[in-house]
Design a protein around this ligand. Structure first.
Ligand SMILES: Cc1cc2nc3c(=O)[nH]c(=O)nc-3n(C[C@H](O)[C@H](O)[C@H](O)COP(=O)(O)OP(=O)(O)OC[C@H]3O[C@@H](n4cnc5c(N)ncnc54)[C@H](O)[C@@H]3O)c2cc1C
Ligand SMILES: Cc1ncc(C[n+]2csc(CCOP(=O)(O)OP(=O)(O)O)c2C)c(N)n1
Ligand SMILES: [Mg+2]
Length: 492
């Protein structure tokens, strides 16, 4: 998961005694093989003299390739004398300028200058490039769509924002991409092919050349960092004056945003509580530099739609790999890394149950993690996928204990909330609590509705992820997508 999220990590795996390797000894595995698929470097250390250079290579690779480096060390090596030798400079990221050659920039500028309507799709690669991306959008009069991992870097202070694309996104995000002449992808590896535009010219900027064009055919690929590439590109661009595409896209977004916001209410204290309301209150009540971590499942939907970013807050998760039950263990790591920041895990009931033991870790390490459970008594997200594929739900119901009582029994502040009117106080108390806290919120199970046209698609056994659709609270976003020939494309 960390490897796919491109987090540099040095992992040291202890190995059985070296002389026993190959004898199916007690607890024998070959971690260098086991971790090969989930790492950028893995090596077994058989001699203590190997350690300095293996360690150096592992750390350098983790930093440069941004991933996990695993070194496997038989126990006895830890007890040997370290070999003497000359030390090297500390292994840190070495700042650099990375931008495309001038001829490539020129080609990009020509395409952009000739376009009538440009849309930007920005992702995690826009970290630290907020100012540049906004300036680029201003000059091109281009709406900015983001992929989920770009939300925290792009959505705030952004008059060009038209929301996210994809199944959990906004119809406005999809439409802005589908209806442009030129799509400019900046540091995004957004995986769902069916959401890329069918007709637009596509320019992609990525720091990793190997990522160019792997999700959709492109017309021009540029290798560079987002910041350096925009800095070099801006002087070559003409100021656009026609803002028709931008205006219609931002208007569409305002409408879609308003409709989603209307679902995030207390609803006259009616039960069960809308999960949208929970997410909105979390966003309103959390600190200015909180770290939010949703579980894979419906909490990811609510986080993507209702958590407000501001440039200081973080939104992290298992977004690229999609590992369920990530919120609590991620929160443990984040709270250790940022002891002074508020860390809020948005957990599913299924996710919490899967790694329930981590609650004891939170208590053992006295980590003041705030855990809000979206308790919908189900594996809700897969329930929805089953419906989309035409299956009757099976094995998705959860018979949960009272998670708040459970938390209290192990010394964690716990409160269960069943009435919307009680939610705000419960969250305030938990967030202000000096220590770990869990709020178990009983939320609605039937909240995400599948747009009606999917019924037809079921006949062909489409899964939700294969569909070009945006999940709705009301089932009406499909109207917007249908305008762009959704049905024709689904069946041709
Ligand atoms: C249940 C669930 C539902 C989901 N639904 C959606 C959805 O509807 N919509 C959605 O968008 N996502 C969704 N996701 C997340 C999705 O799977 C991807 O993780 C996400 O879209 C990737 O976002 P990204 O392109 O910003 O990041 P990444 O995939 O991490 O891509 C970042 C790219 O930027 C490049 N890069 C990094 N640094 C730089 C730099 N400095 N300069 C240039 N390039 C750089 C990298 O090489 C990489 O190619 C969902 C996830 C889950 C778990
Ligand atoms: C390890 C793992 N197992 C199963 C899945 C498939 N899966 C994705 S979301 C989900 C349901 C999550 O349930 P819960 O945590 O209760 O969240 P909900 O969707 O109900 O809000 C499942 C089973 C997965 N992504 N990862
Ligand atoms: Mg659930």
């Amino acid at each position: 998961m960390r490897n796919r999220s491109r987090v540099p990590v040095l992992a040291i795996a202890a190995q059985i005694p070296g002389v026993e390797i190959g004898s199916t000894y007690f607890q024998e595995t070959h971690p260098q093989d086991l971790f090969r698929e989930a790492s950028v470097y893995t090596e077994l250390v058989s001699y203590s003299e190997q350690l300095p250079h293996v360690l150096q290579a592992a750390m350098r690779t983790a930093v440069e390739k941004r991933g996990v480096a695993v070194i496997v060390i038989p126990g006895e090596i830890f007890l040997k004398e370290a070999p003497a030798g000359r030390g090297s400079a500390p292994i840190t990221y070495s700042p650099r300028v990375i931008r495309p050659a001038h001829a490539e920039l020129s080609k990009a500028a020509d395409l952009l200058n000739d376009a009538k309507s440009v849309t930007i799709l920005g992702g995690a690669g826009t970290e630290g490039a907020h100012g540049q991306v906004i300036e680029l959008a201003r000059k091109l009069r281009a709406p900015i769509v983001h992929a989920l991992r770009g939300k925290e870097f792009l959505e705030y202070d952004n008059p060009y924002d038209v929301g996210m694309t994809g199944l959990l996104g906004f119809s406005s995000g999809y439409k802005a991409m589908e209806s442009c002449d030129v799509l400019l992808i900046l540091g995004s590896d957004f995986p769902y092919r069916q959401f890329y535009p069918s007709k637009a010219t596509i320019i992609q900027v990525d720091i990793r050349g190997e990522n160019l064009g792997r999700r959709t055919p492109i017309d021009l690929g540029l290798v560079g960092s987002v910041t350096d590439t925009i800095d070099a590109l801006l002087p070559l661009l003409e100021e656009q004056t026609n803002s028709k595409h931008l205006d219609s896209s931002t208007k569409h977004y305002a409408r879609a945003r308003k409709e989603l916001d209307e679902l995030a209410t207390n609803d006259k204290n009616r039960t069960p509580i809308h999960p949208q309301y929970v997410a909105r209150l979390i966003s309103d009540l959390a600190t200015d530099d909180a770290v939010f971590i949703p579980d894979v499942g419906s909490p990811t939907v609510w986080a993507a739609r209702y958590l407000t970013m501001n440039g200081k807050r973080r939104l992290i998760g298992s977004f690229n790999h999609g590992t369920m039950a990530n919120a609590l263990p991620h929160a443990v790591g984040a709270q250790c890394a940022f002891p002074d920041r508020q860390v809020v895990a948005l957990a599913g009931d299924g996710g919490l149950a899967m790694l329930l033991g981590e609650l004891l870790t939170v208590r053992q390490l006295k980590l003041p993690v705030k855990l809000v459970v979206f308790n919908n008594s189900s594996l809700n997200f897969v329930e929805l996928e089953m419906k989309a594929a035409g299956f009757v739900n099976y094995g998705t119901e959860l018979d949960n204990p009272d998670f708040a009582a459970l938390a209290n029994s192990i010394g964690i502040h716990g409160q269960r909330v069943e009435q919307p009117d009680d939610l705000e106080d419960a969250l305030r108390t938990a967030f202000a609590h000096d220590g770990p806290a869990l709020v178990d919120v009983v939320t609605a199970r039937q909240e995400l509705s599948i747009p009606p046209t999917i019924t037809a698609a079921q006949a062909k056994g489409f899964t939700l992820y294969a569909l070009r659709t945006v999940l709705s609270g009301r089932g009406d976003e499909i109207v917007d997508l249908a305008e762009t020939n959704l049905l024709r494309r689904l069946f041709d």
